[in-house]
Design a protein around this ligand. Structure first.
Ligand code: PMM
Length: 303
């Protein structure tokens, strides 16, 4: 079975790239749902993504997968061209741009609301020029010094994620006495630096950064305390989908669950995040996650 046949809700594996016609009613940030948690469909245009094994590294495959998530109801498509897993190889900006720009353009043309998942201000700039509407940055304290000015100038929503160190060093920096207290303190200090640089506070979306400089136990502590993050006065985004800590919890026959076997657990965390009042969740299985956050909203849990 090839990668397309394996994806949820897909057409035939050999289907050609659909003709993309501009739509009259594109999704917009202003049009995002406010009565339930927003779902960002994850589209990693990387050959080395830990979560999809690089299945969608080819531009056409990535566009098809992004369109599928868009038509399946994902509110936002989060396009990234650089893996952020521990010890991932940094990707030069030119290579990152070559991966993401054609995908951003195609999805925007199809009416999707696109966020650009990048640690590089130049990639964010060109993606915004190509029609992306949100910048999603997991660089944490190691942010690109040009990023605050860009985000301030463009006035777009900006996801500020907690991470210590880089992809290479973050695992060794996962030491806390009080993980929730320290993550909140470090994230709000970063927030203050962006606000001091001219970024409007209301455009900043906070993300506690599950898996970034955190052990499994740290991730669970953060998940148990999501209400502490949603009480900070910003929109909160949570990215648990298919992460390693779910693989180690969801062992099968003593074997760590593979990324594709983590979707049910990912849905459970998305539901918990929605119940805790998260503004958004990142998800690989976007269609199922939209159902999950609708259930959480209908149950009256979203604050
Ligand atoms: N995780 C990954 C990539 N981008 N962005 C945000 N805001 N939060 C996250 O937790 C996050 C992210 C890594 O996971 P992936 O490779 O499955 O996308």
């Amino acid at each position: 079975m090839d990668s397309l046949a394996a994806a949820p809700g897909t057409g035939p594996a050999t289907s050609p790239l659909p003709v993309i016609r501009p739509v009259r009613t594109p999704r917009t940030v202003a049009g995002l749902p406010t009565d339930r948690t927003v779902v960002m469909g994850i589209l990693n245009v990387t050959p080395d993504s830990f979560s999809d094994g690089g299945k969608y590294s080819v531009t056409d495959e990535a566009i098809k997968h992004g369109l599928r998530m868009h038509y399946a109801g994902a509110d936002v498509i989060d396009v990234g061209g650089e893996s952020s897993r521990p010890n991932a190889r940094p990707v030069p900006v030119e290579e990152e741009l070559a991966r993401v720009l054609p995908v951003v353009k195609a999805l925007v043309t199809a009416g999707a609301l696109v966020s650009i998942d990048t640690m590089h201000a130049e990639t964010a700039r060109q993606a915004l020029d190509a029609g992306a509407a949100i910048v999603n940055d997991v660089s944490g304290e190691e942010f690109d010094p040009a990023m605050p000015d860009l985000v301030a100038e463009r006035g777009v929503p900006y996801v500020l994620t907690h991470r210590r160190g880089t992809a290479e060093t973050m695992d060794a920096l996962a030491t806390y006495d009080d993980v929730v207290g320290e993550v909140v303190a470090e994230l709000t200090a970063l927030r203050d630096r962006f606000v001091a640089a001219g970024v409007a506070a209301e455009q900043i979306i906070l993300d506690p950064g599950l898996g970034f400089a955190k052990t499994d136990e740290h991730n669970w502590a953060v998940i148990r305390s999501l209400g502490t993050f949603t009480a900070l006065g910003h929109r909160v985004l949570v990215g648990a989908s298919r992460k390693r800590f779910l693989g180690t919890l969801l062992t099968s026959a003593g074997r760590t669950a593979a990324p594709a076997e983590r979707d049910h657990g990912s849905l459970a965390v998305a539901t918990l995040a929605a119940a805790a009042g998260a503004w958004g969740v990142r998800a690989h299985d976007a269609a199922a996650t939209v159902d999950a956050v609708k259930v959480a909203a209908a149950a009256g849990q979203r604050r």
